[in-house]
Every structure is written in C-alpha cells, then in structure tokens.
Design a protein around this ligand. Structure first.
Ligand SMILES: NC(=O)c1ccc[n+]([C@@H]2O[C@H](COP(=O)([O-])OP(=O)(O)OC[C@H]3O[C@@H](n4cnc5c(N)ncnc54)[C@H](OP(=O)(O)O)[C@@H]3O)[C@@H](O)[C@H]2O)c1
Length: 262
C-alpha cells in the first residue's frame, strides 16, 4: 500500500498491552489507525506518540464493547466519515479468575459480550466491504486458552475456543476472496490482563510471561504472512501439541491445578 493511500486499520483494545503493541507495529508500517477502547486518555496519548513518531494519521474512537450497541455504532461512525476499514484487529478482551459460581454472572456475560459477541459483530459488519474490495484482513486475538477447557477461568477459556474455531472456519470460507483472517494465540503475556482478571494468587499468575512487544510482533508478522493460526513461543507451541495428544481429562486436571488459587 502506498504512502498516499495507506491501509486503514481498526484496532480494538488499543489502550494497553497487546493491542497497543500491535498499533505500534501497524503504525511503523505506515498504516492509518483507528484506535478503540474505553480509556480515551490512553488512546489519545498513544495516538499523539504514533503521529509524531511515524507521521501517520491516528484517529481515536472510544467505545465500550460490553455494550451491545457499540459494534454497530463504531461501524456507523466510520461509514458516516466514508472511512473503509482494510484491516480489523479484534483484540479487546478480558477474563475473570475464580470458580464459575463464585463470580458475578453479569460480569461473566460481559466476557462473552466483549470477547465473542463484539468480535463476531465487528467481523460481520466490516467483512462484506473487504470482500467487495477484494482486499483486507482480520486479525483475531484468541489465546492458547482457546485450545483447552479452563477451570477457574471457565468462561474466558470457552470464549477463546469460540474465537479460535470461528476464525479457523473463516480461513477456509475466505480462501480466494483476497481477504485474509488469522487467529493469534498468545500464551501468558506481560500486560494488564492478570490484574483485570484478579488471578494474582494462582500458579498461572506467577508463570513466566512473554513481553507484550515480543508476542505482538510474532502475531503481526504471522498475519502479514497470512498464517491461519499463530502461537508465539516454542514452549506455547509444545503445550498446544501436548494438549492435542494427551487425554482430555488429564488436560482438564492440569489446568485446574495451574489456575487454582494457592
Ligand atoms: N495477557 C495474556 O496473557 C493474554 C494471553 C492470551 C490472549 N490474550 C488476549 O489478548 C487480548 C488483549 O489483552 P491484553 O493481554 O493486552 O490485556 P490488557 O492490557 O488488559 O488489554 C486489554 C484491552 O482490551 C480493552 N478492553 C477490555 N474491556 C473492554 C471493553 N468493555 N470495551 C472495549 N475495550 C475493552 C482494554 O481497554 P480499556 O480498558 O481502555 O477499555 C485494553 O485495551 C485479549 O483479547 C486477551 O484475551 C492475553
């Protein structure tokens, strides 16, 4: 894409962690960015930095994706400004750590709203335009958690299983359309994720984490290489291999002990 006609990239959850790092990588590539999340101040700060460092256009579009109307509002706002999105990065997401019955049900439904419903709706809203233009792509942030059941984070793991399965299905459906889609599946990564999940007392929270910039670079490069599923880190790839060959009951028990509070 030329500098005069840069690709336009919408990134959800761009205010911190993996989304923020992905924004830096797309900016370094000369993309025009639409940065979305709830924390407007953090988005404005990032937009200022990226504009001055990379001489790109960065638009801030605050949205709370736990509200069912948000995906449509984002789409309508951009359509109203005649902005077509070439690349959609569905990164916004969160989890909550504790047993299913101990956590407030409403908050767990919010996980599904943000991680599953908003991701699916944004995909459904922006994909037809990409197909019509015969170009573009979607980068869905799933997780290693999408490969296995997750006691003590049951809804979060299940939400990522949806993202992974949904994305892999679309990889096949989109073949030959000129539009690509990729599931990025990080393992434990240094971000605000554990703080939000409040899982600080579990073994999982004490595990070695990959720096967010390292994980994000892997996901970004895999997306550019049209890789369907991208798992950063040799150990994470070994884990996914083991998950696939071990009996399901043993995987469940291992995650249960990993996620349990000390
Ligand atoms: N860190 C890990 O170990 C790990 C591993 C695998 C996958 N992931 C996935 O990576 C993605 C990014 O998470 P992260 O690790 O970078 O954590 P993070 O630093 O907490 O970032 C989460 C991002 O999602 C946004 N977000 C959360 N709730 C939202 C809502 N209701 N509406 C709009 N935006 C919302 C947050 O922005 P605001 O708070 O400003 O709204 C923030 O920008 C998530 O999908 C997560 O599941 C993380």
């Amino acid at each position: 894409m030329s500098a005069a006609n840069p690709e336009t990239v919408l990134i959800t959850g761009a205010s911190s962690g993996i989304g923020l790092e992905l924004a830096k990588l797309f900016a370094a590539d000369g993309s025009r960015l639409i940065l979305s999340a709830r924390n407007t101040e953090a988005l404005e700060k990032l937009a200022r930095e990226l504009r001055s460092e990379h001489k790109i256009e960065a638009i801030v579009l605050p949205a709370d994706l736990s509200l069912p109307e948000s995906p449509k509002r984002i789409f309508q706002e951009l359509s109203g400004q005649k902005i077509s999105v070439d690349v959609l990065v569905n990164n916004a997401g969160f989890g909550l750590h504790d047993e299913f019955v101990q956590l407030p049900l409403a908050r767990q439904l919010e996980i599904i709203q943000v991680n599953v419903m908003a991701l699916t709706e944004l995909t459904g809203l922006f994909l037809p335009g990409m197909i019509a233009r015969k170009r573009g792509g979607i980068l869905n942030v799933a997780s290693v958690a999408g490969f296995l059941p997750g006691p003590s984070m049951a809804v979060y793991y299940a939400s990522k299983a949806f993202v992974l399965s949904f994305t892999e299905a679309l990889v096949e459906e989109l073949t030959g359309t000129g539009v690509i889609i990729s599931a990025f599946c990080p393992g434990a990564t240094e971000t605000n994720f554990s703080q939000v999940a409040r899982g600080q007392k579990s073994r999982a929270s004490k595990s070695v984490k990959m720096p967010a910039d390292v994980a994000s670079r892997y996901g970004y490069q895999a997306f550019r290489k049209k890789q369907a599923v991208a798992i950063p880190g040799f150990i994470n790839r070994c884990l996914v291999f083991l998950i696939r060959i071990l009996p399901r009951w043993s995987v469940r028990k291992a995650v249960n002990s990993y996620n349990k509070r000390d």
